[in-house]
Design a protein around this ligand. Structure first.
Ligand SMILES: Cc1ncc(C[n+]2csc(CCOP(=O)(O)OP(=O)(O)O)c2C)c(N)n1
Length: 638
């Protein structure tokens, strides 16, 4: 079938005919694969089918080179319509159709229940409804920044549009005039619990128009009118296409029945449906193949992710012994320095109304075209920034800790699954935030991030380590979360009084820093707690207790080397401005428990929600001052 790239005004007649045939066959495949798996979502797959077929057959995408730079992008937000997506992509030779039909939802198969970006033709793993538009906005923005003249189409369910994040995404698309973006809603009027208007009425046309979008309505099963509605020619604004469809389209007893949103046909129903479609029923044969599929499993068609990085780390900034500064200022300076070193490959920086506090204002003033003010729309920002980071840009999002992770955990979880390349810089972590009180004390982030295997967490000890950590994240693949407090800190010094993280220091992810040697007790401190731990060690040394002090900047990656270096101490102490149940101490406890027969561990940190007050006062209330740490150690040593 020839690809039009949506250039002709109308769909050529022979293409229409071929697509009708493709959709007819795909309806049979959707029913077969869901019945074979005895689960899945046939109803929405059949209502979105013509949309999928038209997009993947006509847009500038290439089954032979699905990751070709400059391609159009097709994003499916309602990932449960995987049977529809697989049937179309298989029929268009993005991968083997037969394999998809036989092995749908089988453990070990490439063809999972919800679509995955690692498969050819698929841009986003989706299934958490309401995130696809944000993802597409991120990719559209990144493509535009790269000077690519392409088009991005997103397909979503109508029930899905009850989700609040979608209103954040459409506001952003309007503000930044994304006229290369088209959002197609499969308007089948049904969702799991029945009629969308009964479950939660949404006036999609009015809401999108009020946000400055063009809105077009069309018949979602008529390939010719659908073609005109989604053709980008002359598009000046982001466009919503309301595509009227029928759930279960093509099989009379399934049409307009909410039950078939998520119910596979039983054997006799499949027989009746295929008879009506005049498609051969080879269910028994396919079932036999499915039983033995894994024993002769063909090579996977999954693609490894590609990461875009900043090659030039710029010149590190070393803050001298006399410097007292906050880590967030060091981050802001490192960002500008990185940008200056990469002016042909500038990072994109996102802000949620806090640029002054999170120190991205200098970058914003210098590089306004690469700074995006997203307002108080963190859910959208987390997804958008994550997805821009897999569209060939380096992306930083800086926000207060509580908004950067606690508020947006599930968006990061989807980024994690999508193996994005996002660099989150979270300021205002810990009790160190001070007077704003408990709603603003980000004290659980290590635990949350430990739960995301594709996020690396760094908690730098001082401005020098912050500088190196930021440059490291920009130059290395994958998601990073760099956490810092608010207060000014002393520079960590070697015993000779020079900066510990000096000109020769290079940040290596997972490596702990031994600030002081000792033999009786080991104190492991994280981030801003390192300063107090060092002072506590001085007190202990005076009292005759030989104390080693480690800075642990990567609390979710405790190396074997670190653990084995701890085994001969009389006692191990962790100190952190973080919840002790989920932070560094908890992570270390797990590691030690796997070994058995290890020194006793005492975890000092945040044990209950903080309150308003200066950081120092809050530290006193939770036993985090140097004297209190030293006292605790003395007691534990008996
Ligand atoms: C955030 C989120 N909440 C709930 C679900 C569970 N869920 C899966 S599909 C669905 C209904 C979706 O309705 P619609 O968007 O109209 O899709 P269609 O029924 O047309 O397939 C729900 C609630 C989910 N996947 N994601």
């Amino acid at each position: 079938m020839d690809r039009t790239n949506f250039i002709p005004q109308s769909l050529p007649a022979d293409t229409t005919e071929q697509l009708e045939k493709l959709c007819h066959g795909a309806r049979g495949d959707i029913l077969k694969m869901t019945s074979l798996a005895a689960s899945g979502h046939p109803g929405g797959s059949m209502s979105s089918l013509e949309i999928f077929a038209l997009l993947w057959s006509q847009a500038n995408v290439d089954p032979a080179k699905p990751l070709k730079s400059g391609r159009d992008r097709i994003i499916v937000s309602h990932g449960h319509t995987s049977p529809g997506v697989y049937s179309v992509l298989g029929a268009l030779n993005f991968f083997n159709l037969h394999e998809a039909v036989v092995s749908f939802r089988l453990a070990g198969s490439d063809f999972e229940g919800h679509i995955e970006r690692h498969l050819p033709g698929i841009e986003l793993t989706s299934g958490n409804l309401g995130q696809g538009l944000s993802a597409a906005v991120g990719m559209a923005l990144a493509d535009r920044s790269n000077g690519i003249k392409n088009h991005i189409w997103v397909v979503a369910g109508d029930g899905e549009n009850q989700k609040g994040q979608i209103s954040e995404a459409r506001r952003f698309a309007n503000k930044y005039l994304l006229n290369n973006l088209t959002y197609i809603i499969d308007l089948n009027h049904l969702q799991i619990s029945g009629d969308t208007a009964d479950v939660m009425p949404v006036n999609l046309k009015a809401e999108f128009e009020a946000s400055g979008w063009d809105v077009v309505e069309t018949d979602g099963h008529d390939l010719n009118s659908l073609y005109s509605a989604i053709r980008p020619e002359g598009q000046k604004k982001p466009r919503l296409v309301l595509a009227r469809t029928v759930m279960g389209k093509g099989v009379s007893f399934m049409e307009n029945k909410a039950d078939y949103h998520g119910m596979a046909l039983k054997k006799d129903q499949l027989e009746a449906a295929l008879k009506e479609l005049q498609i051969e029923n080879n269910f028994e044969e396919l079932s036999e193949e499915r039983k033995i599929f894994m024993s002769s499993k063909p090579e996977s068609c999954r693609e490894e992710p590609h990461y875009h990085l900043l090659q030039n780390r710029g010149k590190s900034i070393t803050y001298g012994p006399e410097h007292r500064g906050d880590n967030r200022s060091a981050w802001g300076k490192a960002l500008v320095s990185l940008a200056e070193a990469n002016e042909n490959n500038l990072p994109l920086v996102f802000d949620c109304d806090l640029a002054g506090s999170v120190k991205t204002a200098e970058f914003a003033a210098k590089y306004p075209g690469h700074f995006f003010q997203t307002g108080i729309m963190e859910h959208h920002t987390a997804t958008m920034a994550g997805c821009a980071s897999i569209a060939d840009r380096v992306v930083f999002w800086s926000d207060f800790g509580v908004f950067a992770i606690d508020e947006t955990f599930n968006q990061h979880r989807l980024n994690d699954i999508n193996q994005t390349n996002l660099k989150v810089v979270a300021t205002h972590c810990g009790l160190d935030v001070g007077p704003d009180g408990k709603t603003h004390h980000c004290i659980k982030y290590v635990g949350l991030l430990r739960a995301l295997p594709n996020y690396r967490t760094i908690v730098p000890a001082d401005p020098n380590q912050t500088d190196r950590a930021v440059r490291h994240a920009a130059a290395n693949p994958g998601n990073y979360f760099i956490a810092m407090g608010r207060s000014k800190l002393a520079v960590i010094l070697k015993e000779d009084g020079t900066p510990f993280f000096d000109e020769n220091y290079e940040f290596n992810y997972g490596e702990a820093d031994r600030f002081r040697n000792g033999t009786d007790v080991a104190i492991l401190a994280m981030g801003p707690a390192c300063g107090n731990a060092l002072k506590a060690a001085q007190i202990l040394e005076v009292g005759g207790i030989s104390t080693a002090v480690y800075g642990v900047s990567c609390p979710t990656e405790l190396s074997e080397e670190l653990i084995s270096s701890l085994l001969n101490f009389k006692h191990i102490i962790t100190v952190e401005d973080h919840d002790t149940e989920t932070g560094l101490g908890a992570g270390l406890a797990l590691k030690l428990s796997e070994l058995g027969n290890t020194p006793p561990l005492t975890r000092i940190g945040v044990t209950h929600y903080g309150m308003s007050g200066e950081a120092d006062e809050l530290y006193t209330l939770q036993g985090l001052q140097p004297e209190q740490i030293a006292e605790e150690v003395i007691q534990k040593l008996g």
